[in-house]
Design a protein around this ligand. Sequence first.
Ligand code: NAD
Length: 257
Amino acid sequence: MSLLTGQTAIITGAAQGLGRAVALEFGGEGAAVALLDRNAESLQQVRNEIEAKGRLARAYPLDLTDHAAYARTVDEILAWRGAIDILVNNAAIVTFGSILDDTLENWRRTLAVNLEAVYLGCKLVAPHMVRRQSGRIISIASIEALAASGGVGPYNAAKGAIVSYTKSLAVELAPHNVLANAVAPGYMRTPMSIIDGVDETTRPDFVEWYINKGKIPLRRAGLPEDVAGTVIFLASGYCRYMTGQTLVVDGGLTSTF
Ligand SMILES: NC(=O)c1ccc[n+]([C@@H]2O[C@H](COP(=O)([O-])OP(=O)(O)OC[C@H]3O[C@@H](n4cnc5c(N)ncnc54)[C@H](O)[C@@H]3O)[C@@H](O)[C@H]2O)c1
């Protein structure tokens, strides 16, 4: 028996990076996976990868900031499976600029994906979970919620809000046996870490400070698979007395100074 046998999971941002790794591992643990992303082509490839292993997956291309499309998609998933057991709020964008040169438009664009779409996913799925008296909501925050690197204020604000909103969800939904937790990854090697064509985690200054000098005590950048295992734990029966928490998965980065 696998950890998620027979469960149905929605994973946002499933076309690449962490979302893709979570989707593949959820499939491997026996879940039927609803893959949501705006990148239809890559999404289909992830679906194919999961189905090639004899597991269930469907691809739902959409922009998560399109509220009507998100609502329709949840209806389609319910028509497909009759239930949604797990919601993984993973999709996000990163935009750059400090308070001195940022724009309100940039702030709104970032918050629309990184926070409002998280709220909307919960809003659409929670009533269904409450009816069934069972469910898991797992949202991907970041260590940017705990300490700022600077230059990504809107991203940082959204991630901090995920940590506090997760507590709110936990309190409101606990009477209905719906658990809400978050994961705060550190530096992960994904397409998001590629800036101007260069993977940030391979830059000489990153390697010197974080790896060679041990600012990341485990002395490597994280891989999507490193974080996916934590998401599986939070979705599984092994997590049953924990809600409202944020698990930091950062190779020890925020444990040192
Ligand atoms: N990469 C890191 O170092 C890192 C560190 C900490 C936290 N995180 C968080 O982990 C999560 C996954 O990040 P990643 O590195 O895999 O990012 P990524 O950029 O590789 O993947 C994000 C996915 O979200 C999708 N997406 C973005 N906006 C969307 C929208 N409006 N509608 C539908 N889909 C949309 C993208 O198409 C993409 O497939 C994010 O929440 C991110 O903030 C990443």
